[in-house]
Design a protein around this ligand. Structure first.
Ligand SMILES: Nc1ncnc2c1ncn2[C@@H]1O[C@H](COP(=O)(O)OP(=O)(O)OP(=O)(O)O)[C@@H](O)[C@H]1O
Length: 250
């Protein structure tokens, strides 16, 4: 397993945000769905090792990241696109991606090629010398994806990566995800169920800081028997899974 999360708990002040969450992910593309405030971004941050849980166990790439020496090694093999990310506005796109290659401690000799390849994969190579502040919202997001993949990560965490992409770019992006997911573990948080339906092998649904469904997109869609609860099978399945989970919790 690339990701093993057991009983992870995290809270802010007196609010519990992840409530004893378990998650197991192997190679492939996995979708992470859930309503606003469900805890998706918090889970991503925990997996990216930027937030530390108060309780529970996390193994990434088969290793326990509680050990600082392991943590440093594992971080080199993680790619992470946060929901909102900062950048130096005067950096060129190439400098932005290079900077992350440096943070990931990539061997310097391989960096120029890796940066160009990452930019090419997100369709930004022709904008490599533009300054970050001159990019459109969708281009910025693609630059963010490029920094996430520059180190050829074993674990790629993408928090709402398709926000701001136009339909054509979304299609290209899903193809890229499928390509990366052949030999890496990719977790994609999204509100767009069509991203999940077309690009993800499995889908995990979080509600109230707990995992309430995990299975294939088809299995999620099969739960949706009420025609009034969504416009597509997977939307109906999503609503049904939430309803069932909330009914059980009451
Ligand atoms: N730094 C913080 N301080 C206090 N509360 C926080 C903090 N970060 C998140 N929360 C709270 O934790 C809960 C889960 O937030 P999180 O961002 O993980 O949800 P999400 O599922 O990603 O939501 P969305 O779909 O809206 O992005 C929310 O109630 C949020 O207000």
């Amino acid at each position: 397993m690339t990701v093993t999360v057991e009983g992870v708990r995290i809270g802010y002040r007196n609010r519990v945000v992840l409530d004893g969450l378990d998650l197991h992910l192997g190679t492939g593309v996995h979708g992470l769905l859930g309503p606003n405030g469900a805890g998706k971004t918090t889970l991503m941050r925990v997996l990216a090792t930027v937030d530390r849980p108060e309780a529970g166990r996390i193994r990434l790439l088969g290793r326990d990241v509680a050990d600082p020496a392991v943590l440093r090694q594992v971080r080199r093999r993680i790619g992470y696109l946060p929901q909102t990310f900062g950048y130096y506005p005067r950096f060129t796109v190439r400098e932005f991606v290079e900077y992350f290659a440096w943070l990931k401690e990539m061997p310097p000799a391989g960096v120029p090629l890796a940066v160009d390849r990452a930019l090419e994969r997100v369709g930004l190579l022709d904008r490599a010398d533009d300054r970050m502040k001159h990019l459109s919202g969708g281009m910025l997001r693609r630059a963010g994806i490029a920094q996430g993949i520059v180190n050829d990560p074993r674990l790629l965490l993408l928090d709402e990566p398709t926000a701001g992409l136009d339909p054509e770019q979304r299609v290209d992006f899903r193809a890229l995800l499928r390509e990366i997911g052949v030999d890496a573990c990719v977790l994609v948080s999204t509100h767009l169920v069509e991203d999940v339906a077309s690009a993800c092998a499995t889908v995990s649904l979080v509600d109230g800081g707990r995992l309430v469904f995990t299975g294939t997109p088809d299995e999620l869609a099969a739960l949706g028997t009420d025609p009034g609860s969504g416009d597509s099978p997977i939307e109906r399945g999503y609503s049904a899974a939430l309803r069932d989970a909330r009914g059980v919790r009451r």
